[in-house]
Design a protein around this ligand. Structure first.
Ligand SMILES: [Zn+2]
Length: 122
């Protein structure tokens, strides 16, 4: 899976549960960008919902994950996989120790961060 940044920097204004394309979803609303959605059936989505609720009012970055051979498959259809605050210091990756812009995975509502690839080596 390839990580794609779909929103570079915007204020998260609302987090709600809504139907999108007939699927029960988490809906993220932004000040300047179109809303983004995540299927509520996805593994970890409940955690992401709670995490997103904590980020309302924060400036965030939003990522989607496209299949390697299908660029744009999810990212161009208003789906998202990760929302991360860019106003909060994220420290370094819990697995490899590196600090960079790619720390997108958290298991504790944003207190500590990992690279997606470090958490789920392919
Ligand atoms: Zn790492």
């Amino acid at each position: 899976m390839a990580e794609v940044e779909v929103i570079n920097s915007d204020i998260l204004t609302e987090v709600s549960k809504e139907s999108f394309g007939g699927v029960s979803c988490i809906k993220l609303s932004f000040e300047k960008n179109e809303p983004r959605f995540m299927d509520f059936q996805l593994n970890g989505s409940k955690k992401k919902y709670e995490m997103a609720l904590n980020l309302i009012g924060e400036i965030v970055k939003v990522f989607a994950w496209d299949p390697d051979g299908e660029p744009g498959k999810w990212s161009s259809r208003s789906w998202f996989m990760d929302v991360i605050p860019i106003t909060i210091m994220k420290g370094s990756c819990k697995v490899c120790g590196v600090t960079d812009d790619l720390l997108t995975y958290s298991e504790d509502f944003g207190k500590s961060w990992m690279h997606y690839d470090c958490k789920f080596p392919s």
